[in-house]
Design a protein around this ligand. Structure first.
Ligand code: FE2
Length: 387
């Protein structure tokens, strides 16, 4: 990292703290919202969190129309239904309470709210003319960081593939980080989400767009995830959950500006084909990607290992020796959280080769610090499937 000029942008207003959901009404009022679409998914609604979001809105006299049918990996038809409701009721903005899937759908609905058309028209970066309607994002898992991201990912059910829409005006207007909303997340879901956040932070260390700002955010997020993932996932410890929800936002504030690289690139093809959860896919791929990138990441990995160190004498270790330790620390963290380091499937060799070739061509792959050939990607895929 040198004095290469860069741009850093993250304009989302963050309201943080246990109980901060209670401020939703006044914060929505600051945006001038009187009639909103409240987006969520059936699980979050069943957990009673949609009702908890409605209370402060009612108190502030803000009318909310409910759209709580967002599925995991939301498709274009779901976005269309949400948009139809928004348009029919002439709503002014979108509030979303949920995980990464609900947040992606909500951001897509807000984009259509000002631009119209079909959501697939806007695939890519900056393909839309008008800023989306205001979005207030309230995450109920600590993982995607979508609440502070200018991107969203949808499933194109016609192509059976995922696509990304991104643009500098696509950030939510506000994010409310209230760890009390994480209380009912099952441990396995919390671990997957936390490892997605960890993969965002580590990818931010090696993506070609890394800057001093993204690296600082990433290293701080990594330290916090290591310190809090287990307690946050397996116990009702509010302080640990609070640390995780802040760390997941910080991880996305890093990768949202540095870009993502090989882990998310390969992961995209595994997710589309075998439908493993996003966090599980990136978790499995993360230490494998670290092994691959180790030759070009001594400085970043040694900083990471030093930040995680609890051993006396590490201060005297060479950069190379510290860097060698980083991937092992990630594997230790995963084992401590009952996370399987490989997938249970054993795909045919031809499928691995197809995915490897697609990875080599995928633009995100070119953002990786070390050049990735199809043969490299195939070796990483084999490792991920335990082959
Ligand atoms: Fe991710």
């Amino acid at each position: 990292m040198t004095a290469i000029p860069f741009l850093y942008s993250m304009p989302t207003r963050i309201i943080h703290g246990p109980g901060s959901l209670g401020r939703l009404g006044e914060e929505a009022g600051l945006l001038g919202l009187r009639r909103v679409l409240l987006v969520s998914d059936p699980g979050v609604r069943k957990a009673g969190l949609v009702e908890r979001a409605q209370e402060p809105l009612q108190k502030a006299g803000i009318a909310a129309s409910l759209f709580t049918e967002v599925e995991e990996n939301p498709c274009m038809a779901t976005v269309r239904r949400g948009y139809d409701l928004l348009r029919a009721e002439r709503l002014e903005g979108v509030i979303v309470i949920g995980g990464g899937s609900a947040m992606c759908a909500a951001k897509a609905i807000a984009l259509l709210g000002s631009n119209g058309g079909e959501i697939s028209d806007y695939e890519g970066v900056g393909k839309f003319a008008l800023a989306p309607l205001p979005v207030i994002a309230i995450p109920t898992t600590a993982g995607s960081g979508s609440e502070v991201s200018q991107s969203f990912i949808l499933t194109n059910e016609v192509r059976n593939d995922k696509f990304t829409v991104s643009g500098p005006t696509n950030f939510p207007s506000m994010a409310i980080l209230d760890a009390e909303l994480l209380m009912s997340v099952p441990p396995r879901v919390a671990v997957f989400a936390g490892l997605d956040a960890l993969s965002h932070a580590v990818e931010a260390l090696w993506a070609k767009g890394a800057t001093p700002i993204t690296e600082a955010l990433a290293l701080a997020a990594i330290r916090s995830i290591f310190a809090n993932l287990r307690r946050a996932s397996f116990s009702p410890d509010l302080a640990a959950k609070d640390a995780m929800i802040v760390a997941s936002s910080m991880a996305n504030m890093a990768c949202g500006n540095s870009g993502l690289a090989i882990v998310h690139a390969i992961g995209r093809f595994i997710e589309s084909r075998y439908h493993y959860p996003h966090g599980q896919v990136n978790g499995v791929l993360l230490p494998i990607g670290m092994d691959f990138n180790r030759p070009v990441c001594a400085r970043q990995f040694s900083a990471m290992a030093r930040g995680l160190s609890t051993r006396a004498g590490d201060g005297a270790e060479t950069e190379e020796r510290l860097a060698d330790r980083a991937a092992g620390l990630v594997r230790d963290l995963m084992r401590a959280n009952d996370f399987a380091l490989t997938f249970d499937l054993r795909p045919p060799a031809a499928e691995l080769r197809q995915m490897a070739e697609a990875t080599e061509r995928y633009p995100m792959t070119a953002r990786n610090a070390r050049a990735v050939t199809a043969a490299d990607a195939e070796a990483m895929l084999r490792a991920a499937f335990g082959m």
